[in-house]
Ligand binder design. Structure first.
Ligand code: MTE
Length: 326
């Protein structure tokens, strides 16, 4: 009898081990090998605690911002309820899912942003202060998670280049590293020592100053909900969603390529560039198509997630050794 064993990418999405579950397992094994197991996994359980209500949001007056029609997508916008109830925010749940309740532990005021490294003069500024120094606008962007779900959302925010200009980087800076908060009280999952907290991401300076690189401070015409990475997160729509670091506390200009959270966790599966390419498989599944949130249909994934015309030139002439699509 011939038994056909399906390969990973032939499994339906529901039957394949999600990358989050797989990595959580791998990271746990790594952690166990590194030392005695402490029962810290409870941080991954749904949060059911009572929290004091947040004071009124002083930034609410900036929303909704005017939509910039230069950035639109020829697909329907994902419903707000679908986008805000399926999130990836490992600090609150090391798997994609509905984390609205757990994420309420995130305290977004006061919130300070540090500008460090190779800049004329390092400085720290409050998030609300930052909002007075930039020009907010709304842009409709695609978002494609490496796990193959996707969404089309109206982010509110400002081009990352505006922040780079405020920071005044030195000519020697080659990369911008962005770092999420690290606070075990605010995000109990950060007690899970086997993850390389804090969540860190990076871009080259050419990517960071590209027109499409955006710091999102809101979505659907409102300040950013906590599960989406309040108060400020990155949106780089031509890259897999894991590049879109949430709840940023530091922008560090450096001449060293940052080694990111996912590169540290799964170096054979996740790299620095992470540009979307349907022709390049993830080692365990196909990237050919995607499931828009709120639907059961799959649609083809596009090269650079549909932004090839705008971004392909950033990568022209790069050596073949650079794994641009993982
Ligand atoms: N940022 C932090 N700090 N922690 C995370 O776990 N997950 C990333 C990215 N940014 C993540 C993060 C991944 S894998 C994706 S797909 C997007 O956030 C999801 O963004 P969303 O939840 O707003 O849709």
């Amino acid at each position: 009898m011939l038994i056909k064993i399906p390969r990973g990418w032939e499994l339906p999405e529901s039957a394949a081990t999600p990358h989050s579950v797989f990595l959580n397992r791998r990271a746990l094994i790594k952690g166990l090998a590194a030392g005695p197991f402490v029962a810290a996994a409870s941080g991954a359980l749904p949060f059911a605690g009572a929290l004091a209500a947040d004071p009124p949001d002083p930034s609410a007056k900036f929303y909704p911002a005017k939509r910039n029609d230069a950035y639109k997508v020829d697909r329907d916008i994902t419903s707000e309820v679908s986008a805000s109830s399926w999130n990836n925010f490992y600090e609150y749940l090391p798997a994609a899912g509905n984390i609205t309740s757990q994420a309420q532990q995130l305290k977004v005021r006061p919130w300070e942003v540090k500008i460090t490294g190779m800049v004329e003069k390092p400085f720290t500024l409050g998030f609300d202060d930052l909002l007075t120094k930039v020009q907010l606008e709304e842009r409709v962007y695609r978002h494609r998670c490496v796990e193959t779900w996707s969404m089309i959302v109206p982010w509110t925010g400002f081009p990352l280049k505006q922040l780079v200009d405020l920071a005044k980087p030195l000519g020697s800076a080659k990369y911008l590293k962005m770092v999420t908060f690290n606070d075990k009280d605010m995000a109990p999952v950060q007690r899970q020592f086997w993850w390389p907290w804090p969540y860190t991401e990076g871009l080259t300076m050419a990517e960071a100053t590209h027109d499409l690189a955006f710091i999102a401070t809101g979505i659907y015409g409102q300040p950013m909900p906590k599960q989406h990475g309040a108060p400020l997160r990155l949106a780089v729509p031509w890259k897999y969603g894991f590049k879109a670091v949430k709840s940023i506390v530091e922008f560090n200009f450096t001449d060293q390529r940052p080694v990111t959270f996912w590169e540290t966790t799964g170096p054979r599966e996740y790299g620095f560039w992470a540009n979307v390419n349907p022709a390049v498989r993830h080692p365990r599944w196909s990237q050919e198509d995607e499931r828009p949130l709120g639907s059961n249909k799959r649609v083809p994934t596009l090269l650079y997630n549909g932004y090839a015309e705008q971004v392909a030139s950033l990568y022209a002439g790069m050596p073949a050794s650079e794994k641009l699509f993982m």
